[in-house]
Design a binder for this molecule. Structure first.
Ligand code: GCU
Length: 429
């Protein structure tokens, strides 16, 4: 549902506004003027740390890829311990009449330890009814709990921490009945199953509640060896959410209806930053889709347009590693930029989107982040974007890389899903 979704986005902006002194102060401080974008130089994606030029896929796979991944672990998202987990699943519900009878819908609890009271993830899985054989699928985190995907009273109401949202009757960090179906407009389940795909989603707060608690809760409590404050390159919430997506992919390996070798990892906004990072760390994901991912996602940090590194780190100190804040108001010192994050998806198909009213996320920066990842695709004999000129509004470009900028605001719409499905038809069929 657009309201709640934009509510979250607006909440982020409201905090920003408070920090900046006033909403007006905030608006004045963010740069929205192309003429004021600082001069910047992107690090060379295809030059190794020892100065060698990468000219073969083998050099990328054998050396440069690991260097680039290491840069994001060290300076942006941080690293989490592998974790000593034992995945077990238990079916919570299984119905064949979901989405007007089009979908087989399962709710599956994934326990991470042998203890039922230990950490767990609640999956919501849709597959087309009457399908033959395993289907490719989209996997993405949701913002409000699985009950927000569809207004069906049978869906389990999340028991995890949720953000207060008076509009939806959430006063005390417990999900309310009013949240049922509240995110439905962002998940085109009917289109997805009709097109012959599965959809797997789970609440991101199951993995790590999205607030700065000094990393005492969520998966951090389970993975971290020390309880003290995080330092240096210790992973933040985005790394935790990405870790959770990989655990879901582990579980899907044995699913009878989903083909785990054809799973596209998808995310919107902070969760689009997360899908890029999940796809970078886990090459089992067959496709990566980052919707309106902005700063910390596909957008180039050095462009300093809209949201900046300093702002994102101050407002969301738990998302990135501590080292990332060394680059607050100092983006030019970053030894990387986000075209290199997109390049970590190569040679797998990658889709980046923008929305024209989402200037905060820097549409042009998102496009360029994708465009400048192109040389790695070329290295693999894949087709990069044809040009560094942004396509017109609502005119997607799709090669082995895809981009569109659509009408409207920061959101996920049916239009976005229609394009993801076209792209998936091209590459996951
Ligand atoms: C805030 C934040 C963005 C983020 C967005 C979201 O607006 O500044 O970086 O993408 O929230 O996740 O909704």
């Amino acid at each position: 549902m657009a309201n709640l979704a934009s509510g979250i986005y607006a909440a982020g902006l409201a905090v920003l506004a408070t920090l900046a002194g006033s909403p007006v102060g905030f608006a004045q401080e963010a740069n929205y003027d192309e003429a004021k974008v600082p001069k910047f130089r992107l690090p060379d994606l295809l030059k190794t740390e020892s100065g060698e030029q990468v000219t073969t896929p083998e050099q990328w796979v054998g050396q440069r890829r690991a260097e680039v991944l290491g840069l994001f672990e060290e300076h942006v998202f941080g690293k989490l311990p592998e974790g000593d987990f034992q995945l077990r699943t238990r079916v919570r519900s299984d119905v064949r009449d979901a989405i007007g009878g089009l979908a087989h819908r399962r709710e599956v609890t994934v326990f991470l330890t042998a203890d039922d009271d230990g950490p767990k993830l609640e999956l919501l899985i849709y597959t087309p009814v009457g399908g033959t054989g395993k289907v490719p699928a989209f996997l993405g985190l949701n913002f409000n709990g699985n009950q927000a995907i569809e207004a069906d009273p049978r869906l389990h109401l999340t028991e995890s921490w949720v953000r207060n949202n008076r509009e939806l009757g959430i006063e005390n960090n417990r999900a309310s009945e009013a949240t049922r179906g509240s995110e439905a407009s962002r998940w085109a389940v009917e289109k997805i199953v009709k097109a012959g795909y599965g959809l797997v989603t789970l609440y991101y707060g199951d993995i790590d509640p999205d607030f700065d608690d000094g990393f005492k809760n969520g998966i951090h409590a389970f993975l971290r060896k020390s309880a003290g404050p995080r330092t240096g390159n210790e992973g933040g919430s985005i790394s935790a959410w990405a870790w959770g997506l990989s655990r879901v992919l582990d579980v899907l390996q044995t699913d009878s209806e989903i083909d785990a070798s054809r799973v596209a990892v998808f995310g919107h906004s902070r969760l689009g930053k997360t899908s890029l990072w999940a796809g970078a760390m886990d090459e089992r994901f067959a496709m990566v889709i980052a919707n309106n991912s902005g700063c910390g996602g596909a957008a180039l940090s050095k462009r300093a347009f809209g949201e900046t590194v300093g702002r994102i780190n101050r407002v969301f100190p738990h998302w990135f590693c501590v080292n990332h804040s060394k680059y607050n108001e100092n983006e030019q010192a970053l030894p990387l930029d986000h075209h290199m994050l997109v390049a970590l998806a190569a040679p797998r198909p990658v889709y980046v989107t923008s929305a024209v009213e989402d200037e905060w996320a820097d549409p042009r920066g998102e496009f360029l982040g994708l465009y400048y990842a192109g040389p790695v695709y070329t290295l693999f004999g894949r087709e990069p974007l044809p040009s560094d000129v942004m396509p017109e509004l609502n005119q997607p470009v799709m090669t082995d890389m895809a981009y569109h900028i659509r009408t409207g605001k920061h959101d996920v719409t049916d239009y976005d899903w229609e394009q993801f499905l076209k792209f998936a038809d091209k590459h996951l069929r």
